[in-house]
Design a protein around this ligand. Structure first.
Ligand SMILES: Nc1ncnc2c1ncn2[C@@H]1O[C@H](COP(=O)(O)OP(=O)(O)OP(=O)(O)O)[C@@H](O)[C@H]1O
Ligand SMILES: [Mg+2]
Length: 354
């Protein structure tokens, strides 16, 4: 795996991983909200986007380019489809890694219809030459197509119809500023509140024909790491359990027992997350310990620990990344039912209160 490849987790069987795969993709399509009104949460982005789209519609023009940034599973692809639907425009979907040559991009751009939405997923993983072609296309609706090779090569300017680029990235920080600045609007997607995820669970349950009580939805929402994709995935596993081991109704008890079977705990941590924490606490006394050592201890790749397990552990305040290595917080000890040591291991001031 190349260092900039962030599609990790291949070897790990993860129920809560936020990245979509197999079954997910099919169900996700069915569960996607179709317009802004149906889109739950993200109040700010929704309001901002609503203004952008309404104004463009009123002018009878094409909406400005939109950049959507946020963690996996928060609704970037969904919003891009909503943008096209709200503009009554067709949508073309591609991704940064799929565009390795500027020519690939030229082919797509030159075949766009007027007003079409071009959705460029993982835009931070586009090649440099394609990126530079995109600058001009975004700003002037024009590209230079290079014909021929070597000294005889000529650039033929090609006019493009006005279109709306919707870029999505899980890592806005990796976008070069010239690209970032060419978007007329950037929507930062936040993690969802439990109450919002409860609404997601109820909505999805309705679409899937699953009966779920308010408490049952709450139980699933609370373990979904602020991410609708995970909420939908947990709902489907809980539905299986309810169908086979209960009377089909998802109550709090059913949801809790089901998620215990799938090793998703009350905070939403899964097997890998807990393995990382347990190694950190039991083998290394809470740290600090280097990432590579920690990865070996749990039998995973460095990247898997760093990009799959750690972000949520850090977000939950269970683990801290320090210059000297990974350190467990007192909350981590409590969460695994262990007692933190008296003195801060390795003398990490601040983490242990005093
Ligand atoms: N606001 C929302 N309301 C209801 N459901 C949502 C919402 N946002 C996302 N979902 C659900 O979560 C699933 C994942 O969303 P989506 O594919 O848009 O995420 P993403 O941000 O594009 O993720 P990735 O970075 O992995 O591409 C969708 O199938 C959709 O059903
Ligand atoms: Mg997506």
């Amino acid at each position: 795996m190349s260092p900039d490849d962030d599609s990790v987790g291949g070897g790990v069987d993860r129920l809560v991983g936020a990245v979509a795969d197999g079954e997910d993709l099919a169900v996700e399509a069915a569960l996607r909200p179709k317009d802004l009104g149906e889109f739950i949460g993200q109040r700010r982005v929704r309001e901002q986007l609503d203004l952008v789209l309404r104004a463009a519609r009123a002018r009878g023009g094409t909406a400005d380019h939109v950049l959507l940034s946020g963690s996996p599973g928060l609704g970037k692809t969904t919003l891009s489809m909503i943008i096209a639907a709200e503009m009554a425009a067709p949508i073309r979907i591609t991704s940064g890694p799929a565009i390795q040559h500027a020519g690939d991009l030229a082919a797509i751009l030159s075949s766009l219809a007027e007003g079409e939405v071009l959705f460029l997923d993982e835009i931070h993983r586009m090649s440099r030459p394609a990126e530079e072609m995109l600058y001009m296309a975004m700003e002037d609706f024009r590209v230079d197509v290079v014909v021929g090779k070597g000294p005889g090569a000529t650039a033929i300017p090609l006019e493009l119809p006005p279109f709306t680029l919707v870029g999505a990235t899980t890592r806005a920080g990796l976008l070069p500023p010239p690209l970032r600045d060419r978007f007329g609007f950037t929507g930062h997607m936040e993690f969802y509140e439990p109450a919002e995820l409860e609404r997601v669970v109820h909505r999805s349950a309705g679409l899937l024909g699953v009966e779920v009580t308010a408490e049952g939805a709450g139980e699933i929402a609370g373990r979904s790491r602020g991410t609708p994709r995970i909420a939908n995935r947990l709902l489907r596993r809980v539905r299986d359990y309810a169908q086979i081991r209960a009377d089909g109704v998802v109550t709090r008890e059913v949801a809790a027992s089901a998620l215990e079977v799938y090793e998703v705990d009350a905070l939403g941590l899964d097997r890998l997350d807990r393995a990382v924490l347990r190694a950190l606490l039991k083998l290394f006394g809470g740290g600090p310990v280097g990432l590579s050592t920690l990865a070996v201890a749990v039998g995973e790749e460095r990247e898997t620990v760093e990009e799959v397990a750690e972000p949520f552990l850090v977000r939950e305040g269970l683990l801290a990344r320090t210059p000297r290595g990974r350190v467990a917080t007192p909350a981590a000890w409590r969460h695994l039912g262990l007692t933190p040591p008296e003195a801060p291991p390795g003398g990490q001031p601040g983490l242990f209160g005093t």
